[in-house]
Structures are given as C-alpha cells and as structure tokens.
Design a protein around this ligand. Structure first.
Ligand SMILES: C[S@@+](CC[C@H](N)C(=O)[O-])C[C@H]1O[C@@H](n2cnc3c(N)ncnc32)[C@H](O)[C@@H]1O
Length: 408
C-alpha cells in the first residue's frame, strides 16, 4: 500500500462511546484526555493499574473486568486497543475495521487505522503533532516538537498574538522575587503579549530587556504624580493606557496581594470599568528564605510561619501588627520591609519574651545574582545590620528554622 500521510482531525467525543481494551500503562496515559473530552469511556480489562482503577472508582469510566470479547466494539465511535495479548489486539482491530470504528493500537501502529498525536494545550488551543507516515514514526521527536511549541507559547518565546479573544485591559502580574525564571508561565505569556508594561523596581527586571522594541516599558517609580499620591498616579496611568485600547501589564514584585497594593489597583480599575486579571506570583516571603537555604517550616521545629510588614516601627501608632502576640509564637516570623526598623523590632520582641539568642537571618536581594545572607540573633541583629551594611530589599527570618539548613 502506498504510504499516504495521516489526515489530522479533532474528534468531538462528548457523550460518545470510546472503548479501551487493556488497563495498563498505555490506558493510564491516554484515559485522562478521553475523560477530559467528555467521552463515554468503557474499559475492558481483567486488570488495571491503581490509577486506572481510581478513575473507575470515581465514576469517570465504566470498567468491565474481563478480557476482550467479540462484539465489544459494536457501539464504539473510537477504540484504543492496548492489551498485552497480540492475538486479542489483532481480533479487536479486525472487529473495529468491520464496524468502521477508528482504532489506535499500542502494539502495532501499522495495523491501526488511527494514531494518537503528541498533544498539549495552551490557552484554548490544542497542539497535536503527528509524523506523516508509519515509516517516519518517531514518538520522541513528535513529543519534543509538541513540548517546544507549548513551552514557547507559554513562556512567550513563540509569539502568536490572539486576534479574536485578545481584549484590551490590565493584567496585574506577580513577577516573583527577581530571578526571571521564577515568574509564572501565564505571567510570562502576558508580558510577551503586552503593549505597555508598568514595572516596579522589585521583581524580574531582566525580563523587561527581552521585550520587543515596540513595547513601552514604564518604571512605576518614575510616573509623575503632581498633586496626587504615587499610587493614584499609577492607577491613573493603568486606566489611561487601557482606555487607549492597549494591553497593559502591571508587573509587580512577588505576589500582587502580599504587601503589593494589588487590590487598590484592582479596585481603581473596576471603578473605571476596565477589565483586569490578576496573575499570582511567587512571594519573596517564602522564596527568598528558601533561596538562602531556609525553610519557613520544618517538621518538629516550626508548625507555623507569620509574614509581617516592618515598614513602620512597633511603637508607631500606624502599625497594625500585634508585636507582643508575635513574641509569644513559637514558629517562624518573616519580616518584609523591616531592615530600617530591625532594631526596634528586635527590642520589642525581646521585651515581650523572645530570647535574645533567637536566630535571625537577613537575605538581601534574594534569587538574584547579588543575593547575600547575613546571620545574627535578636540580640545582635541591629548591630550586625549596621556593621554588614545590609540594605533593602531584604527578607528577615526570625526563628529556629534559620539554623537547620546546610547553609546555616
Ligand atoms: C513592598 S514589599 C512587596 C512584596 C512582594 N509583593 C512579595 O510578595 O514578595 C517589598 C519587600 O519585599 C521583600 N522583597 C521582595 N523581593 C525581594 C528579594 N528579591 N530579596 C529580598 N527581599 C525581597 C523586601 O522585604 C522588600 O522590602
């Protein structure tokens, strides 16, 4: 038979019977996509892997615990033949042929009437990769092409702008602590699709250098704010650019809702009727200690961690932090924006019962090339910060977890 290329098609399987013969690894790999497609899946197999059994227990598939019998494919629209019995597979594919049921075979691609492509999904698009003929079949190669396309779409290195669904508006993107690899794939893709990016000083600034030349990059700290507050000026800039029909990304350090004033921007945009989406980010409160070898919890050491802002001193009437209560907690205390006030903070914690020997670590510019860790105790930290010239941005970790890692 002449080798013609396979004809690609997307099957719409909702409510349609798909018969799977064999409950081993092949079924385990393929079933989730069939279930996701809404197929009425009937598995015929005397045995199944634990994961396949769990799908049957959850009612996602119907499992007939027996071997294949003639007639099993009669009502099927599509069949996956993957038993470890080659003869049974051959009989089943002959039955599929008679009933004109498209079937894939795990043991003999040549004998199959359909092939499963390597598939992946990204934002409403399914990418399916097939080799052109049985002779050229190379599943690893097709999977590698699929991965490259999906990865590229997700991280924005493969730019395919949306024409129908792209709506102007603002995306508030948490950029993570600074390492450009620590932004989410969604955040990275939105950045790649942006017309305007308004960025904070903290966060993955290296990513800005990768943006195409037509993208307008604005430093949030440099937005002129005349008589309004800086935050108000940023809100206004977001609204103005979005009103011009531009896709605007507000790139923030860490997570937008952890001391990031994210909700103020969401509220301002909502009031102006501008669509807004929020993309979470990896907060420095957990990731920066982690990057310096400090886990914020550890079995038998800390069963809680508390993240507080130290931007106003404990005795400042604007402070909303209950420092005396924090001094009584036994877990980890993570202080952001606390370098300038660390003396007062340490003094207050000691005054309310924390031992002056409590370990403290300051991690400056975590996850960046300039990352630096300085260790102290509550009793010595003020002097250490001065002597070592620790500067913001730094995350301060207070508690026994500081001493347990190999880097301590
Ligand atoms: C205004 S808060 C924003 C926090 C951010 N939204 C988050 O979730 O990480 C800024 C503070 O976060 C901390 N911070 C953020 N990125 C940091 C980094 N790469 N290294 C050390 N501290 C960082 C510092 O305490 C800094 O003063």
């Amino acid at each position: 038979m002449a080798e013609h290329p396979a004809y690609p098609v997307g099957l719409r399987l909702t409510g349609r019977r798909v018969v799977v013969l064999g409950g081993g690894q092949v079924a385990q790999r393929r079933l989730p996509a069939l279930i996701a497609a809404g197929a009425d899946v009937v598995l015929v197999s005397p045995e199944a892997t634990a994961s396949v059994e769990a799908m049957a227990d959850a009612g996602e598939i119907t499992w007939k615990r027996r071997r294949y019998q003639e007639g099993d494919l009669a009502d099927a629209w599509y069949a996956l033949i993957a038993t470890d019995d080659h003869d049974a597979n051959t009989r089943a594919s002959a039955e599929a042929e008679r009933h004109r049921v498209w079937c894939v075979r795990s043991d003999d691609a040549d004998a199959a009437t359909a092939w499963t492509p390597a598939t992946g999904h990204s934002e409403g698009v399914t990418v399916a990769v097939l080799t052109s003929s049985a002779r050229e079949r190379d599943p690893r190669h097709t999977a590698a092409i699929r991965d490259a396309v999906i990865e590229g779409l997700r991280d924005g290195t493969l730019v395919a702008p949306h024409h129908r669904t792209r709506t102007p508006g603002v995306a508030l993107v948490g950029g993570g602590p600074g390492d450009p690899d620590l932004i989410t794939v969604r955040g990275r893709r939105l950045l790649a699709e942006a017309d305007v990016v308004i960025a904070d000083r903290l966060g993955p600034r290296d990513l800005l250098a990768e943006l195409p030349p037509h993208v307008e990059v604005i430093d949030a700290a440099k937005i002129p704010y005349g008589r309004s507050m800086a935050q108000e000026a940023i809100n206004n800039a977001l609204i103005e650019y979005a009103k011009q029909g531009k896709a605007v990304v507000r790139l923030k350090g860490g997570d937008p809702y952890v001391f990031g004033r994210g909700m103020e921007e969401v509220q301002a945009l909502a009031e102006a009727g501008i669509p807004c989406t929020v993309v979470p980010g990896i907060s420095s409160s957990i990731s920066v200690p982690g990057a310096a070898g400090i886990p914020v919890t550890h079995r038998g050491v800390a069963h809680e961690f508390t993240v507080v802002s130290g931007h106003v001193a404990p005795d400042d009437e604007r402070s909303l932090v209950d420092w005396p209560s924090l001094a009584r907690l036994t877990g980890t205390l993570v202080v952001l924006m606390g370098v300038d006030k660390i003396g007062k903070i340490a003094e207050t914690l000691i005054a309310h019962g924390k031992s002056p020997d409590t370990p403290v670590a300051l991690v400056q510019e975590g996850t960046t090339a300039a990352q630096r860790r300085v260790d102290a105790t509550l009793g010595t930290v003020e002097e250490t910060v001065r002597a070592e010239d620790v500067r913001p941005p730094a995350v301060i970790v207070i508690g026994e977890v500081v001493t347990i890692g190999p880097g301590a």
